[in-house]
Design a protein around this ligand. Sequence first.
Ligand SMILES: *[C@@H]1O[C@H](CO)[C@@H](O)[C@H](O)[C@H]1NC(C)=O
Ligand SMILES: *[C@@H]1O[C@H](CO)[C@@H](O)[C@H](O)[C@H]1NC(C)=O
Ligand SMILES: *[C@@H]1O[C@H](CO)[C@@H](O)[C@H](O)[C@H]1NC(C)=O
Ligand SMILES: *[C@@H]1O[C@H](CO)[C@@H](O)[C@H](O)[C@H]1NC(C)=O
Length: 507
Amino acid sequence: MAPTTTASLWAFAFSLCLGVSECYFSIPLKIYTGSYNVSSELDPSQRVVLKSDVNGLSLASDPTGTVNFLDMVNNLQGDSGRGYYIEMSIGTPGQKLNILVDTGSSNFAVAAGPHPFITHYFNRALSSTYQSTGRNVAVRYTQGNWEGELGLDYASIPNGPNGTFIINIAAILSSDGFFLPGIKWQGILGLAYPMLARPDSSVEPFFNSLVQQLKIPDIFSLQMCGAGLSASDTTDPAGGSLIMGGVEPTLYRGSLWYTPIIEEWYYQVEVLKLEVGDQNLNLDCREYNMDKAIVDSGTTLLRLPVNVFNAVVEAITRSSLIQDFSSGFWDGTKLACWMKGETPWRFFPKLSIYLRATNTSQSFRITILPQLYIQPITDVDGTLDCFRFGVSSSANGLVIGATVMEGFYVVFDRAQHRVGFAVSSCAVSGGVALSEIAGPFSAADVAANCSSGSLREPLLWVISYTLMAVCALVLIILLLLLVLPCRRRNSSGEITDESSLVRHRIK
Ligand SMILES: *[C@@H]1O[C@H](CO)[C@@H](O)[C@H](O)[C@H]1NC(C)=O
Ligand SMILES: *[C@@H]1O[C@H](CO)[C@@H](O)[C@H](O)[C@H]1NC(C)=O
Ligand SMILES: *[C@@H]1O[C@H](CO)[C@@H](O)[C@H](O)[C@H]1NC(C)=O
Ligand SMILES: *[C@@H]1O[C@H](CO)[C@@H](O)[C@H](O)[C@H]1NC(C)=O
Protein backbone atom coordinates (compact mmCIF):
# COMPACT_ATOMS: atom_id res chain seq x y z
CA MET A 1 0.00 0.00 0.00
CA ALA A 2 1.42 3.39 -0.93
CA PRO A 3 2.46 5.48 2.05
CA THR A 4 0.11 8.31 1.12
CA THR A 5 -2.80 5.92 0.95
CA THR A 6 -1.85 4.51 4.31
CA ALA A 7 -1.53 7.96 5.79
CA SER A 8 -4.86 9.14 4.51
CA LEU A 9 -6.53 5.96 5.69
CA TRP A 10 -5.05 6.47 9.11
CA ALA A 11 -6.19 10.06 9.10
CA PHE A 12 -9.59 8.84 8.08
CA ALA A 13 -9.61 6.17 10.75
CA PHE A 14 -8.45 8.68 13.29
CA SER A 15 -11.12 11.22 12.50
CA LEU A 16 -13.67 8.44 12.61
CA CYS A 17 -12.37 7.51 16.04
CA LEU A 18 -12.69 11.11 17.09
CA GLY A 19 -16.21 11.26 15.82
CA VAL A 20 -17.16 8.05 17.54
CA SER A 21 -15.38 8.77 20.76
CA GLU A 22 -16.90 12.17 21.20
CA CYS A 23 -20.29 10.73 21.10
CA TYR A 24 -21.58 10.95 24.59
CA PHE A 25 -22.33 14.54 25.02
CA SER A 26 -25.68 14.17 26.44
CA ILE A 27 -26.81 10.98 27.96
CA PRO A 28 -30.47 10.83 28.79
CA LEU A 29 -30.95 10.10 32.42
CA LYS A 30 -33.20 7.15 32.88
CA ILE A 31 -35.52 7.99 35.69
CA TYR A 32 -37.35 5.07 37.15
CA THR A 33 -39.71 4.99 40.00
CA GLY A 34 -40.25 1.84 41.92
CA SER A 35 -38.89 -0.17 44.74
CA TYR A 36 -35.80 -2.13 45.34
CA ASN A 37 -37.70 -5.36 44.85
CA VAL A 38 -39.82 -4.23 41.97
CA SER A 39 -38.78 -2.61 38.76
CA SER A 40 -40.95 0.20 37.65
CA GLU A 41 -41.81 2.13 34.57
CA LEU A 42 -39.65 4.69 32.94
CA ASP A 43 -41.23 8.09 33.05
CA PRO A 44 -40.60 9.45 29.56
CA SER A 45 -41.31 13.01 30.57
CA GLN A 46 -38.31 13.00 32.86
CA ARG A 47 -35.42 12.90 30.47
CA VAL A 48 -32.54 14.84 31.77
CA VAL A 49 -29.24 15.80 30.27
CA LEU A 50 -26.57 13.92 32.01
CA LYS A 51 -23.64 15.69 30.78
CA SER A 52 -22.70 17.99 33.46
CA ASP A 53 -19.42 19.47 33.02
CA VAL A 54 -19.57 22.90 34.12
CA ASN A 55 -17.07 25.38 35.09
CA GLY A 56 -17.34 28.75 36.63
CA LEU A 57 -15.09 31.15 34.95
CA SER A 58 -13.01 33.25 37.10
CA LEU A 59 -10.76 36.16 36.85
CA ALA A 60 -7.12 35.86 36.66
CA SER A 61 -4.87 38.57 37.78
CA ASP A 62 -5.17 42.27 38.31
CA PRO A 63 -2.64 44.79 37.00
CA THR A 64 -0.61 44.73 40.18
CA GLY A 65 -0.07 41.03 39.83
CA THR A 66 -2.12 40.00 42.82
CA VAL A 67 -4.79 37.46 42.16
CA ASN A 68 -8.25 37.31 43.59
CA PHE A 69 -10.56 34.59 42.45
CA LEU A 70 -13.22 35.09 45.06
CA ASP A 71 -15.43 36.96 42.57
CA MET A 72 -15.63 33.76 40.57
CA VAL A 73 -16.60 31.46 43.40
CA ASN A 74 -20.17 30.18 42.93
CA ASN A 75 -20.39 31.46 39.37
CA LEU A 76 -21.94 28.18 38.26
CA GLN A 77 -25.48 27.00 38.60
CA GLY A 78 -27.00 23.64 37.86
CA ASP A 79 -26.34 20.05 38.80
CA SER A 80 -25.04 16.86 37.31
CA GLY A 81 -28.48 15.94 35.98
CA ARG A 82 -29.05 18.97 33.79
CA GLY A 83 -25.54 20.31 33.61
CA TYR A 84 -23.59 23.11 35.25
CA TYR A 85 -23.71 26.45 33.46
CA ILE A 86 -22.22 29.93 33.65
CA GLU A 87 -23.72 33.23 32.62
CA MET A 88 -22.12 35.00 29.69
CA SER A 89 -22.77 38.16 27.73
CA ILE A 90 -22.45 37.80 23.97
CA GLY A 91 -22.49 40.42 21.20
CA THR A 92 -22.87 44.21 21.21
CA PRO A 93 -24.93 45.19 23.11
CA GLY A 94 -24.44 42.12 25.25
CA GLN A 95 -27.06 39.38 25.24
CA LYS A 96 -27.12 37.31 28.43
CA LEU A 97 -27.06 33.56 27.96
CA ASN A 98 -26.41 30.56 30.19
CA ILE A 99 -23.66 28.33 28.86
CA LEU A 100 -23.09 24.71 29.79
CA VAL A 101 -19.47 24.03 30.70
CA ASP A 102 -17.90 20.92 29.15
CA THR A 103 -14.29 19.72 29.35
CA GLY A 104 -14.98 16.97 26.80
CA SER A 105 -15.39 19.09 23.65
CA SER A 106 -13.87 22.18 22.07
CA ASN A 107 -16.53 24.26 20.35
CA PHE A 108 -18.33 27.27 21.76
CA ALA A 109 -21.88 27.04 20.44
CA VAL A 110 -25.08 28.91 21.25
CA ALA A 111 -28.67 28.62 20.13
CA ALA A 112 -29.27 31.17 17.37
CA GLY A 113 -32.95 30.50 16.85
CA PRO A 114 -35.97 29.48 18.87
CA HIS A 115 -36.39 25.95 20.19
CA PRO A 116 -39.24 24.57 22.33
CA PHE A 117 -36.95 23.68 25.22
CA ILE A 118 -35.10 26.99 25.56
CA THR A 119 -36.39 30.32 26.73
CA HIS A 120 -34.18 32.60 24.68
CA TYR A 121 -31.34 32.54 22.17
CA PHE A 122 -28.52 34.59 20.69
CA ASN A 123 -30.03 36.92 18.08
CA ARG A 124 -27.23 37.63 15.63
CA ALA A 125 -29.17 40.41 13.92
CA LEU A 126 -29.22 42.40 17.17
CA SER A 127 -25.45 42.32 17.60
CA SER A 128 -23.61 45.06 15.71
CA THR A 129 -20.32 43.21 16.07
CA TYR A 130 -21.32 39.72 14.89
CA GLN A 131 -19.42 38.59 11.81
CA SER A 132 -20.25 35.45 9.93
CA THR A 133 -17.34 33.47 8.53
CA GLY A 134 -19.54 31.78 5.95
CA ARG A 135 -18.47 28.35 7.18
CA ASN A 136 -20.86 25.72 8.40
CA VAL A 137 -20.21 23.45 11.36
CA ALA A 138 -21.93 20.37 12.69
CA VAL A 139 -21.33 18.38 15.84
CA ARG A 140 -22.90 15.03 16.48
CA TYR A 141 -23.18 13.35 19.84
CA THR A 142 -24.53 9.96 20.81
CA GLN A 143 -27.81 11.47 21.84
CA GLY A 144 -28.21 14.56 19.80
CA ASN A 145 -26.50 16.86 17.40
CA TRP A 146 -26.55 20.39 16.11
CA GLU A 147 -25.65 22.28 12.97
CA GLY A 148 -24.94 25.91 12.48
CA GLU A 149 -22.82 28.70 11.15
CA LEU A 150 -19.40 29.75 12.35
CA GLY A 151 -19.04 33.39 13.29
CA LEU A 152 -17.06 35.78 15.45
CA ASP A 153 -18.26 38.15 18.13
CA TYR A 154 -17.38 39.78 21.42
CA ALA A 155 -18.11 38.08 24.71
CA SER A 156 -17.60 38.71 28.40
CA ILE A 157 -18.23 36.79 31.60
CA PRO A 158 -19.86 38.77 34.41
CA ASN A 159 -18.43 36.52 37.14
CA GLY A 160 -15.25 35.81 35.25
CA PRO A 161 -12.11 37.47 34.02
CA ASN A 162 -12.36 41.23 33.66
CA GLY A 163 -12.61 42.18 30.04
CA THR A 164 -14.17 41.62 26.67
CA PHE A 165 -12.69 39.30 24.11
CA ILE A 166 -13.43 38.01 20.61
CA ILE A 167 -14.35 34.37 20.23
CA ASN A 168 -15.43 31.87 17.63
CA ILE A 169 -19.13 31.20 17.97
CA ALA A 170 -21.06 28.38 16.38
CA ALA A 171 -24.58 29.73 15.92
CA ILE A 172 -26.84 26.71 16.28
CA LEU A 173 -29.52 26.87 13.59
CA SER A 174 -30.89 23.36 13.85
CA SER A 175 -30.50 20.62 16.38
CA ASP A 176 -31.89 17.28 17.31
CA GLY A 177 -31.88 15.90 20.84
CA PHE A 178 -29.36 18.49 22.02
CA PHE A 179 -31.62 20.82 23.95
CA LEU A 180 -33.75 18.78 26.33
CA PRO A 181 -36.74 19.55 28.56
CA GLY A 182 -35.86 21.19 31.84
CA ILE A 183 -32.45 22.56 30.90
CA LYS A 184 -31.69 26.14 31.83
CA TRP A 185 -28.83 26.74 29.41
CA GLN A 186 -28.80 27.91 25.80
CA GLY A 187 -25.28 27.08 24.68
CA ILE A 188 -22.19 25.01 25.39
CA LEU A 189 -18.62 25.94 26.27
CA GLY A 190 -16.14 23.28 25.16
CA LEU A 191 -12.95 23.64 27.21
CA ALA A 192 -10.81 20.90 25.65
CA TYR A 193 -8.00 21.30 23.10
CA PRO A 194 -8.08 22.53 19.46
CA MET A 195 -7.72 18.98 18.17
CA LEU A 196 -11.38 18.32 19.04
CA ALA A 197 -12.71 21.55 17.50
CA ARG A 198 -15.09 21.27 14.56
CA PRO A 199 -14.95 21.52 11.64
CA ASP A 200 -11.18 21.46 12.21
CA SER A 201 -8.52 22.48 14.69
CA SER A 202 -8.09 25.91 13.08
CA VAL A 203 -11.20 27.06 14.95
CA GLU A 204 -9.57 28.44 18.08
CA PRO A 205 -11.39 27.21 21.21
CA PHE A 206 -12.87 29.68 23.68
CA PHE A 207 -10.32 29.24 26.44
CA ASN A 208 -7.38 29.60 24.05
CA SER A 209 -8.85 32.94 22.91
CA LEU A 210 -9.43 34.01 26.49
CA VAL A 211 -5.86 33.27 27.57
CA GLN A 212 -4.38 34.98 24.55
CA GLN A 213 -6.48 38.14 24.67
CA LEU A 214 -6.84 38.71 28.41
CA LYS A 215 -3.33 37.49 29.22
CA ILE A 216 -4.51 35.24 32.01
CA PRO A 217 -2.51 32.11 32.96
CA ASP A 218 -3.35 29.03 30.89
CA ILE A 219 -5.16 27.17 33.65
CA PHE A 220 -8.71 26.76 34.87
CA SER A 221 -10.22 24.81 37.71
CA LEU A 222 -13.61 23.39 38.41
CA GLN A 223 -15.63 22.64 41.49
CA MET A 224 -19.03 20.99 40.97
CA CYS A 225 -21.13 20.83 44.10
CA GLY A 226 -23.87 18.32 43.31
CA ALA A 227 -22.54 15.56 45.56
CA GLY A 228 -25.27 13.81 47.49
CA LEU A 229 -28.06 15.94 46.06
CA SER A 230 -30.85 14.37 44.11
CA ALA A 231 -30.23 14.66 40.39
CA SER A 232 -33.87 15.51 39.88
CA ASP A 233 -34.27 17.94 42.73
CA THR A 234 -35.24 21.29 41.29
CA THR A 235 -35.63 23.26 44.48
CA ASP A 236 -32.04 23.59 45.58
CA PRO A 237 -29.68 23.66 42.63
CA ALA A 238 -26.19 22.72 43.63
CA GLY A 239 -24.01 25.16 41.76
CA GLY A 240 -20.25 25.29 41.65
CA SER A 241 -17.26 27.34 40.56
CA LEU A 242 -15.22 27.71 37.41
CA ILE A 243 -12.05 29.57 38.24
CA MET A 244 -10.36 30.85 35.10
CA GLY A 245 -6.69 31.69 35.31
CA GLY A 246 -5.73 29.85 38.45
CA VAL A 247 -6.51 27.94 41.61
CA GLU A 248 -8.68 29.22 44.45
CA PRO A 249 -7.41 27.84 47.79
CA THR A 250 -10.75 28.07 49.60
CA LEU A 251 -12.29 25.47 47.26
CA TYR A 252 -10.24 22.50 48.47
CA ARG A 253 -8.69 20.89 51.52
CA GLY A 254 -5.34 19.15 51.81
CA SER A 255 -2.91 18.83 48.89
CA LEU A 256 -3.39 19.03 45.17
CA TRP A 257 -2.12 15.90 43.43
CA TYR A 258 -1.22 16.15 39.75
CA THR A 259 -1.34 13.58 36.96
CA PRO A 260 0.25 14.25 33.53
CA ILE A 261 -1.97 14.95 30.52
CA ILE A 262 -0.61 12.28 28.20
CA GLU A 263 -2.25 13.59 25.05
CA GLU A 264 -3.84 16.98 24.49
CA TRP A 265 -7.16 16.49 22.74
CA TYR A 266 -9.51 15.43 25.51
CA TYR A 267 -7.87 15.76 28.89
CA GLN A 268 -6.36 12.28 28.60
CA VAL A 269 -4.72 10.81 31.69
CA GLU A 270 -3.30 7.43 32.70
CA VAL A 271 -5.11 5.15 35.14
CA LEU A 272 -2.87 2.57 36.81
CA LYS A 273 -5.13 0.65 39.13
CA LEU A 274 -8.67 0.35 40.47
CA GLU A 275 -9.74 -0.81 43.89
CA VAL A 276 -13.17 -1.71 45.22
CA GLY A 277 -12.97 -1.41 48.97
CA ASP A 278 -9.45 -2.65 49.71
CA GLN A 279 -9.54 -5.10 46.90
CA ASN A 280 -7.34 -4.51 43.83
CA LEU A 281 -9.14 -5.53 40.64
CA ASN A 282 -5.80 -6.78 39.35
CA LEU A 283 -6.49 -6.28 35.67
CA ASP A 284 -3.74 -5.52 33.16
CA CYS A 285 -3.46 -1.75 33.57
CA ARG A 286 -3.92 -1.27 29.84
CA GLU A 287 -7.51 -2.46 30.28
CA TYR A 288 -8.23 0.67 32.32
CA ASN A 289 -7.07 2.93 29.50
CA MET A 290 -8.73 1.08 26.66
CA ASP A 291 -8.84 2.99 24.41
CA LYS A 292 -8.26 6.09 26.51
CA ALA A 293 -8.95 7.51 29.96
CA ILE A 294 -10.23 11.09 30.12
CA VAL A 295 -11.49 13.66 32.59
CA ASP A 296 -14.81 14.97 31.26
CA SER A 297 -17.12 17.14 33.28
CA GLY A 298 -19.65 16.80 30.47
CA THR A 299 -20.21 13.14 31.16
CA THR A 300 -22.45 12.50 34.11
CA LEU A 301 -21.33 9.06 35.20
CA LEU A 302 -18.08 7.27 35.87
CA ARG A 303 -17.77 5.23 32.69
CA LEU A 304 -15.59 2.11 32.63
CA PRO A 305 -14.46 -0.15 29.77
CA VAL A 306 -16.68 -3.24 29.70
CA ASN A 307 -14.17 -5.66 31.27
CA VAL A 308 -13.40 -3.21 34.03
CA PHE A 309 -17.07 -2.46 34.60
CA ASN A 310 -17.91 -6.15 34.97
CA ALA A 311 -15.06 -6.64 37.42
CA VAL A 312 -16.21 -3.65 39.47
CA VAL A 313 -19.82 -4.84 39.62
CA GLU A 314 -18.68 -8.28 40.66
CA ALA A 315 -16.45 -6.88 43.38
CA ILE A 316 -19.18 -4.58 44.69
CA THR A 317 -21.70 -7.42 44.69
CA ARG A 318 -19.27 -9.60 46.60
CA SER A 319 -18.42 -7.01 49.20
CA SER A 320 -21.83 -5.43 49.67
CA LEU A 321 -24.10 -7.15 52.11
CA ILE A 322 -26.92 -7.11 49.64
CA GLN A 323 -27.44 -10.52 48.15
CA ASP A 324 -29.83 -10.43 45.26
CA PHE A 325 -29.48 -7.14 43.51
CA SER A 326 -31.45 -6.93 40.31
CA SER A 327 -29.06 -6.78 37.36
CA GLY A 328 -31.17 -3.86 36.14
CA PHE A 329 -29.67 -1.75 38.88
CA TRP A 330 -26.14 -2.24 37.58
CA ASP A 331 -27.05 -1.57 33.95
CA GLY A 332 -28.93 1.59 34.86
CA THR A 333 -32.41 0.46 33.90
CA LYS A 334 -33.68 0.17 37.46
CA LEU A 335 -33.47 2.10 40.63
CA ALA A 336 -32.92 0.62 44.05
CA CYS A 337 -35.16 1.97 46.79
CA TRP A 338 -35.00 1.80 50.54
CA MET A 339 -37.35 2.93 53.25
CA LYS A 340 -36.98 6.64 53.85
CA GLY A 341 -34.10 7.44 56.16
CA GLU A 342 -32.66 3.98 55.71
CA THR A 343 -29.68 5.18 53.70
CA PRO A 344 -28.02 2.32 51.86
CA TRP A 345 -24.49 3.66 51.72
CA ARG A 346 -23.14 1.56 54.55
CA PHE A 347 -23.72 -1.52 52.39
CA PHE A 348 -21.33 -0.37 49.70
CA PRO A 349 -17.53 -0.16 49.44
CA LYS A 350 -15.39 2.82 48.48
CA LEU A 351 -14.06 3.05 44.91
CA SER A 352 -10.45 4.11 44.30
CA ILE A 353 -8.74 5.12 41.07
CA TYR A 354 -4.94 5.26 40.99
CA LEU A 355 -3.51 7.86 38.62
CA ARG A 356 0.08 8.22 37.42
CA ALA A 357 1.80 10.95 39.43
CA THR A 358 4.01 13.57 37.81
CA ASN A 359 6.92 11.56 39.17
CA THR A 360 6.10 8.71 36.80
CA SER A 361 7.45 6.03 39.10
CA GLN A 362 4.74 6.96 41.56
CA SER A 363 0.96 7.14 41.70
CA PHE A 364 -1.73 8.67 43.89
CA ARG A 365 -5.26 7.54 44.45
CA ILE A 366 -8.58 9.34 44.39
CA THR A 367 -11.33 7.65 46.36
CA ILE A 368 -15.07 8.20 46.26
CA LEU A 369 -17.46 7.08 48.95
CA PRO A 370 -20.70 5.29 47.97
CA GLN A 371 -22.58 8.57 48.57
CA LEU A 372 -21.07 9.71 45.26
CA TYR A 373 -21.79 6.66 43.13
CA ILE A 374 -25.06 5.44 44.68
CA GLN A 375 -27.00 8.51 43.70
CA PRO A 376 -30.33 9.66 45.10
CA ILE A 377 -32.82 10.21 42.30
CA THR A 378 -36.26 11.00 43.41
CA ASP A 379 -38.76 10.67 46.14
CA VAL A 380 -41.14 8.06 44.83
CA ASP A 381 -44.05 8.02 47.22
CA GLY A 382 -42.84 9.68 50.37
CA THR A 383 -41.87 6.44 52.06
CA LEU A 384 -39.00 5.40 49.80
CA ASP A 385 -35.63 6.84 48.86
CA CYS A 386 -34.47 5.67 45.45
CA PHE A 387 -30.97 5.52 44.05
CA ARG A 388 -29.26 4.84 40.77
CA PHE A 389 -25.84 3.34 40.09
CA GLY A 390 -23.51 6.19 39.07
CA VAL A 391 -21.18 3.94 37.08
CA SER A 392 -21.79 2.63 33.57
CA SER A 393 -19.95 0.59 30.99
CA SER A 394 -18.30 2.21 28.01
CA ALA A 395 -17.20 1.06 24.57
CA ASN A 396 -14.85 3.96 24.05
CA GLY A 397 -12.72 4.41 27.09
CA LEU A 398 -12.74 5.26 30.75
CA VAL A 399 -14.38 8.58 31.59
CA ILE A 400 -13.89 10.29 34.90
CA GLY A 401 -17.22 12.13 34.76
CA ALA A 402 -19.29 14.17 37.18
CA THR A 403 -19.87 11.19 39.51
CA VAL A 404 -16.20 11.34 40.44
CA MET A 405 -15.49 15.02 39.77
CA GLU A 406 -18.13 16.13 42.27
CA GLY A 407 -15.85 14.78 45.00
CA PHE A 408 -12.89 16.88 43.94
CA TYR A 409 -11.63 20.30 43.04
CA VAL A 410 -10.14 19.58 39.62
CA VAL A 411 -7.41 21.78 38.19
CA PHE A 412 -6.85 21.78 34.42
CA ASP A 413 -3.28 23.05 34.38
CA ARG A 414 -2.77 23.36 30.64
CA ALA A 415 0.41 25.40 31.06
CA GLN A 416 2.11 22.49 32.80
CA HIS A 417 0.29 19.69 30.94
CA ARG A 418 -1.27 18.17 34.02
CA VAL A 419 -4.59 17.71 35.78
CA GLY A 420 -4.74 18.22 39.55
CA PHE A 421 -7.12 16.72 42.10
CA ALA A 422 -7.80 17.81 45.66
CA VAL A 423 -10.60 17.01 48.09
CA SER A 424 -13.41 19.45 47.32
CA SER A 425 -14.61 21.74 50.07
CA CYS A 426 -18.22 21.10 49.06
CA ALA A 427 -18.07 17.29 48.87
CA VAL A 428 -19.30 16.87 52.40
CA SER A 429 -22.53 15.36 53.65
CA GLY A 430 -23.63 15.33 57.27
CA GLY A 431 -20.12 16.31 58.32
CA VAL A 432 -18.57 13.37 56.46
CA ALA A 433 -16.10 13.97 53.60
CA LEU A 434 -17.33 12.08 50.53
CA SER A 435 -13.92 11.81 48.88
CA GLU A 436 -10.33 11.09 49.84
CA ILE A 437 -6.91 11.44 48.28
CA ALA A 438 -3.78 9.58 49.27
CA GLY A 439 -0.27 9.13 47.98
CA PRO A 440 2.40 8.71 46.91
CA PHE A 441 2.44 5.02 46.08
CA SER A 442 5.07 3.19 44.12
CA ALA A 443 4.07 2.49 40.53
CA ALA A 444 6.66 -0.28 40.25
CA ASP A 445 3.96 -2.97 40.19
CA VAL A 446 2.34 -1.73 36.97
CA ALA A 447 3.57 -1.43 33.40
CA ALA A 448 5.69 1.57 32.51
CA ASN A 449 3.07 2.65 30.00
CA CYS A 450 -0.55 1.72 30.65
CA SER A 451 -1.72 3.78 27.68
CA SER A 452 0.53 2.04 25.20
CA GLY A 453 -1.13 1.29 21.94
CA SER A 454 -0.60 -2.46 21.94
CA LEU A 455 -4.18 -3.14 22.80
CA ARG A 456 -5.41 -0.27 20.70
CA GLU A 457 -3.59 -0.89 17.42
CA PRO A 458 -5.49 -4.01 16.37
CA LEU A 459 -8.68 -1.97 16.64
CA LEU A 460 -7.27 0.77 14.43
CA TRP A 461 -6.18 -1.82 11.89
CA VAL A 462 -9.66 -3.28 11.84
CA ILE A 463 -11.02 0.22 11.27
CA SER A 464 -8.45 0.86 8.54
CA TYR A 465 -9.29 -2.31 6.68
CA THR A 466 -13.01 -1.72 7.11
CA LEU A 467 -12.58 1.76 5.69
CA MET A 468 -10.58 0.39 2.78
CA ALA A 469 -13.39 -2.02 2.03
CA VAL A 470 -15.93 0.78 2.25
CA CYS A 471 -13.81 2.99 -0.04
CA ALA A 472 -13.51 0.20 -2.58
CA LEU A 473 -17.25 -0.32 -2.52
CA VAL A 474 -17.88 3.40 -2.95
CA LEU A 475 -15.43 3.51 -5.86
CA ILE A 476 -17.22 0.65 -7.57
CA ILE A 477 -20.55 2.34 -7.06
CA LEU A 478 -19.19 5.62 -8.41
CA LEU A 479 -17.82 3.86 -11.47
CA LEU A 480 -21.18 2.22 -12.03
CA LEU A 481 -22.87 5.59 -11.62
CA LEU A 482 -20.56 7.11 -14.21
CA VAL A 483 -21.28 4.43 -16.72
CA LEU A 484 -24.87 3.49 -16.19
CA PRO A 485 -27.12 6.45 -15.38
CA CYS A 486 -26.93 8.05 -18.86
CA ARG A 487 -28.08 4.92 -20.52
CA ARG A 488 -30.72 4.43 -17.97
CA ARG A 489 -32.10 7.92 -18.33
CA ASN A 490 -32.01 7.66 -22.07
CA SER A 491 -33.90 4.46 -22.10
CA SER A 492 -36.48 5.04 -19.43
CA GLY A 493 -36.51 8.79 -18.87
CA GLU A 494 -36.55 8.07 -15.15
CA ILE A 495 -35.05 10.79 -13.00
CA THR A 496 -33.87 9.52 -9.68
CA ASP A 497 -31.92 11.15 -6.97
CA GLU A 498 -28.52 9.94 -5.94
CA SER A 499 -29.62 7.88 -3.06
CA SER A 500 -32.16 5.97 -5.00
CA LEU A 501 -29.56 5.42 -7.70
CA VAL A 502 -27.28 3.94 -5.15
CA ARG A 503 -30.03 1.72 -3.90
CA HIS A 504 -30.78 0.52 -7.43
CA ARG A 505 -27.17 -0.23 -8.17
CA ILE A 506 -26.62 -2.16 -4.99
CA LYS A 507 -29.66 -4.24 -5.72
C1 LIG B 1 -38.46 -7.08 49.23
O1 LIG B 1 -39.09 -8.33 49.15
C2 LIG B 1 -38.97 -9.08 50.34
C3 LIG B 1 -39.58 -10.45 50.11
O2 LIG B 1 -40.37 -10.43 48.97
C4 LIG B 1 -39.66 -8.32 51.49
O3 LIG B 1 -39.52 -9.04 52.69
C5 LIG B 1 -38.99 -6.98 51.63
O4 LIG B 1 -39.65 -6.23 52.63
C6 LIG B 1 -39.02 -6.22 50.33
N1 LIG B 1 -38.24 -4.99 50.46
C7 LIG B 1 -38.70 -3.82 50.04
C8 LIG B 1 -37.79 -2.66 50.21
O5 LIG B 1 -39.79 -3.70 49.52
C1 LIG C 1 -12.04 45.58 35.79
O1 LIG C 1 -11.98 46.57 34.79
C2 LIG C 1 -12.53 47.82 35.21
C3 LIG C 1 -12.53 48.74 34.01
O2 LIG C 1 -11.28 48.75 33.40
C4 LIG C 1 -11.72 48.34 36.38
O3 LIG C 1 -12.29 49.56 36.82
C5 LIG C 1 -11.76 47.33 37.50
O4 LIG C 1 -10.95 47.77 38.57
C6 LIG C 1 -11.26 46.01 37.02
N1 LIG C 1 -11.42 45.04 38.05
C7 LIG C 1 -10.46 44.16 38.33
C8 LIG C 1 -10.76 43.22 39.41
O5 LIG C 1 -9.40 44.17 37.75
C1 LIG D 1 10.32 9.61 42.09
O1 LIG D 1 9.90 8.47 42.81
C2 LIG D 1 10.93 7.54 43.06
C3 LIG D 1 10.32 6.29 43.67
O2 LIG D 1 9.54 6.61 44.77
C4 LIG D 1 11.97 8.18 43.97
O3 LIG D 1 13.02 7.27 44.23
C5 LIG D 1 12.52 9.40 43.26
O4 LIG D 1 13.42 10.09 44.12
C6 LIG D 1 11.39 10.35 42.87
N1 LIG D 1 11.93 11.41 42.04
C7 LIG D 1 11.74 12.68 42.34
C8 LIG D 1 12.32 13.65 41.40
O5 LIG D 1 11.14 13.02 43.33
C1 LIG E 1 2.80 5.15 25.80
O1 LIG E 1 2.46 4.48 24.59
C2 LIG E 1 1.80 5.32 23.66
C3 LIG E 1 1.41 4.46 22.48
O2 LIG E 1 2.45 3.64 22.07
C4 LIG E 1 2.73 6.46 23.25
O3 LIG E 1 2.07 7.30 22.35
C5 LIG E 1 3.10 7.24 24.49
O4 LIG E 1 4.02 8.26 24.16
C6 LIG E 1 3.72 6.32 25.53
N1 LIG E 1 3.94 7.08 26.74
C7 LIG E 1 5.09 7.04 27.39
C8 LIG E 1 5.17 7.86 28.63
O5 LIG E 1 6.04 6.38 27.00
